[in-house]
Ligand binder design. Structure first.
Ligand SMILES: O=C(O)CNC(=O)[C@H](CS)NC(=O)CCC(=O)C(=O)O
Length: 270
């Protein structure tokens, strides 16, 4: 693993698939020109609209998203994470919420399906029933790359389940990715503290791409795409407008923090 720059992109995606992909392509290009070698796009980067519409168009969204990720990674010569986006779940009428990691040569490096589904009634009046359209995955994914380190994949609501990240770090993850579409309501109180906790307790870098702003109906997302170091310091914050957070992922810093606080070696429970 070498030192490198990573980007967490922040978008305001809509139900217009092609328009979202155009914005994403431009952002991957900006990140690449700013020196990023790992670029991460938020959950729902390709489509953020009504669940029913998403389900109906899942096959096309999946096909376009995957073609896009392969093309953009190759064109801009970056390792690119996209997701989640819906991929049809065979044998069911639902889809998975899938995140895909693609290398600069366009090869598929890892594929993760969101484990924890957001079925929540929020006090602001919004109701989320992700399991109406999505089935959960059943596999943990740590992608081992010589250049960028070991990358543990997760998506959005997974962030609230520390045991997932503990398992990823126990499997060798050094960088945790959490592409998200966090609600504005929960994000203001929980987003930073949960991301920083995952970084601190696992002594890992955390890279969290985000959705921001008004999408449809009363859906509003929080923004603040973040990159956090293994000590829990926030290295970059994209604020609340579309753009990106860029910061250096430094294996020297990772090793230093792991020497100072060897918590991963002090675990008593499996
Ligand atoms: O709202 C939309 O349509 C887009 N959002 C999503 O697709 C996903 C699943 S519904 N959102 C989350 O997981 C938010 C989690 C979260 O916000 C928390 O844990 O507090």
């Amino acid at each position: 693993m070498e030192s490198y720059f990573a980007a967490a992109v922040q978008m305001t995606s809509t139900a217009d698939l092609e328009a979202n992909l155009e914005v994403a392509y431009e952002f991957v290009g900006i990140a690449a020109r700013r020196g990023a070698r790992l670029v991460t796009l938020p959950e729902n980067f390709a489509f953020l609209g009504l669940e029913a519409e998403k389900l109906e168009q899942a096959a096309r969204i999946a096909e376009r998203s995957e073609k896009f990720l392969h093309t953009a990674a190759r064109d801009w010569q970056v390792t690119l994470l996209g997701g989640g986006y819906p991929t049809p779940a065979e044998g069911t009428a639902k889809c998975y919420n899938t995140a895909l990691l693609v290398g600069p040569d366009g090869s598929e490096l890892g594929r993760y399906r969101k484990l924890h589904l957001f079925d929540v009634n929020l006090p602001d009046g919004n109701t989320y029933r992700e399991s109406d359209s999505v089935v959960p995955g059943h596999e943990l994914v740590v992608v081992r790359t010589p250049a960028l380190g070991n990358i543990g994949l997760s998506v959005c609501y997974d962030l609230r389940f520390p045991e997932l990240y503990r398992a990823l770090s126990a499997q060798g993850a050094q960088v945790l990715t959490v592409p998200s579409a966090f609600t504005a309501f929960t994000g203001k109180d929980h987003w930073r503290v949960l991301l920083r906790a995952r970084a601190i307790e696992n002594t890992c870098y955390v890279i969290a791409a985000a959705q921001t702003g008004e999408h449809y109906a009363r859906r509003q997302t929080y923004g603040h795409a973040l990159i956090i170091d293994p000590w829990g310091n926030m290295l970059a914050d994209a604020g609340d407008t579309p753009g990106m957070a860029i910061a250096e992922i430094d294996p020297g810093r990772l090793a230093q923090v792991r020497r100072q606080l060897p918590v991963l070696q002090h675990r008593q429970l499996p």
